[in-house]
Ligand binder design. Sequence first.
Ligand SMILES: [Zn+2]
Length: 865
Amino acid sequence: MHKPRFLDHLAMELGDRDAFTVAFARGRRAFQPEHVEPKWARDRAANIKHIKLEVGLDFDAKKISGTATHRLSAIAGPLDRLEFDAAELEIRAVRAGGEPATFETADGKLRVALPRALGTGEEIEIAIDYAGQPRRGLYFVGPDQAYPNKPLQAWTQGEDEDSRYWFPCYDYPNNRTTSEIIATVPEKFTAVSNGALVGTFSDGAAKTRTFHWRHDVPHSAYLITLAAGEFAMIEERAGIVPVTYYVAPGREDDARRAFGNTPKMIQFFERIIGVPYPYAKYAQVAVNDFIFGGMENTSATTQTADTLHDARAHLDFKSDPLVAHELAHQWWGDLLTCRDWAHAWLNEGFATYFEALWCEENLGADEFAWNVRQDREGYLDEDANHYRRPIVCNRYRTPIELFDRHLYEKGSLVLHMLRRVAGDDLFFKSLNLYCTRHRGANVITQDLQRAFEDTTGRNLDFFFDQWVYKEGHPEIEVSSSFDEKKKLFSVTVKQTHKTGDTIAPAFRFPVTIALMDAEGREIRQRVEIKEREQIFNFVLDKAPKAVRFDPEHDILKTLKHKRGREALETELRHATEAIGRAAAARELGTEGSRQAAEALRDAMLTDKFWGVQADAAAALGTIRTSAALDALLEALKLPHPKARRAVVRALGNFRGDAKAGSALADIAATGDESYFVEAEAVLALGKTRDERAFAHLSEALGRDSYLEVIRTHAIAGMAELRDERAIDVARGFSAYGRPPRARVAAVGTLARFAALRDDRRAEILDFMTPLADDREFMVRMRIPSAFAEIGDPRALPALRRLADRDLDGRVQRHANDAIASIGEGRSHVEEGQRLREDLDKLRDDNKKLQERLEKVEALARDKPV
Ligand SMILES: [Zn+2]
């Protein structure tokens, strides 16, 4: 499943980057309340070998009906009763071995009494006639009065345990079965499912068409899929593998743009895993209103139609991470499946790391390191502001709670560090052994460790213990000194994190220390860190200009390493890795001197990697001197849209500055080649609170763009502007029938005003409360953090309703977080507001000091010494 990054990414694109990070950002709390008991993998009575679904979809009634036939054998006889998961399904009849069988349904289970007991290994076929009008698992989407152009579609989402809502089954990953779907849909529709298409036939009288799909490689029930709608099909090949994309008619070009790298990715993954793509075909179906970014249903991935984009969006938006993620799951998740959710990082950590590996292959080392940095920051944010847990963890209320940044991002980083421990060659050999040894089977983390140990000959207990079974990461402090007499340069590395039962007292990892001279020449030494404090000595003629600890940023850690401005400037100019130059740029931003600003200006205008340009721009945005402003204005011409976007964002920090306001107003008025730069300019203009802003933002509300990015930034910009007229604008855009993403942004803007304005709070809250019951998933998903931001106990009943009754586990989790957050009583917004104001004041003081310093320096230059 592709969840956090894609949704966060979208939230970011929408100018709503605070949505998930700020509202709950009140420090680390426990992952789970004390009373939550461990959950262990389920016991199995039967081995289900084949599932055949013969189903019809009724789009008018939003119903499914048909027969689910299971071929199974008893694991340990005698077996006289069988239990299936069947949530909210009407069971009409059950036949066992062809004879009618008695059954009962209760608590989401179907219990079947077998006519006679099965002996160990004995096989039987159980056919279940059923019908349902699912609220989960199977989703019918289509036009209504408010959204008349939405295509009519149905799609399923099994993970984690929702297949039971659309067919009776054993709904847990630790059973693997072949599957077959014979699906009847309206005659113009295509039904896509797992495996090979056996055939189709039409019924002219009934105006229906039936698709027969069959999948011969055993997989888990949550991976069984059905997606139906009016689709155009695009066919490609990756070697012998047929590759297909299904999209709404008219979106063919967008589909090629979004999915076009799929064949290359298949061949790349085949090569590095050393295991050919294992299924009859690889299809991607783009559907509307999908509740995740993508879902790796075996050989037939479902993707959100939101990832389809036009040429203008393609300038700075790519679907590759999403596509690579779901494709990687075809091996990691589908061919090998975590035995239980506690080990789900074996699915998600892998898929996330393979996004990065594709990025490395396709775009090179710097983009790869950038990708890894995003993973690291995502995890560190969750760790610092939400909770800390071991990656392998069986204390949860619902499995979806585990699908977080520990599972995805930290999981990915752990694989990256494992690669650095093993080396590239042995890393991929180990993955190959793990894959070939366990293909077609369920896996736990110990299987992965064993494969690496068998390949490398090393004992990796320490590695898995510190990174996977224990929690946290090292907090590192680095300092250095030079002994002129002995010509000895010493680098001291300390691990300063608080120790306890749940975290390794000292992490053990290999790392590089690089010593750089003024010209950028380096000595690099690979060392092993394994103690709380270690000193590394180097015999040198003179002290190096810069010391770089972990120059490739491979290790998951926080780092305190005080370096002077000159060291940072040297790194910014000379470091081979863009990731290192960017880190230097960020740190120089906190230094704030005129020289720092000059070095940042140089980097922003001339560095060859956009990320360094972007970080330099952001740093100048925090320095906020007039020199910094001039540099940023100059950088508006940067060709890379992502760099330009950072420049525009930085200009938003110059509140009340007419020059910054004018530049942003120009972009807001005339537009930019990139949707995202244009959108960012609109938001930044709001932040400057320029007097022209409201007019420009209002005008931008009328502009269509990819994923509503301009409109949503305009709505978010109005919250920044603090112009009361925005309340009515946001109310208008929050209505059902307006573009869904604009509605989400409107919720954010309303929350901001409710939080800031005591006099309007009750009224806005009353208005927002019904949105907690909205039909749109995205809106309900945004409500908890919005209410947390408002921090008003009057929001609690609506939040409790969401926590108890919402059908989506993520909404429940957010609602519980929001309840806890409001319960703590501090208004997070007031506090945030106060901090922001303090920060602004400090920045202003800094700006004045810098300007005085510049004047004094200029005067001093003219005087004789
Ligand atoms: Zn995934």
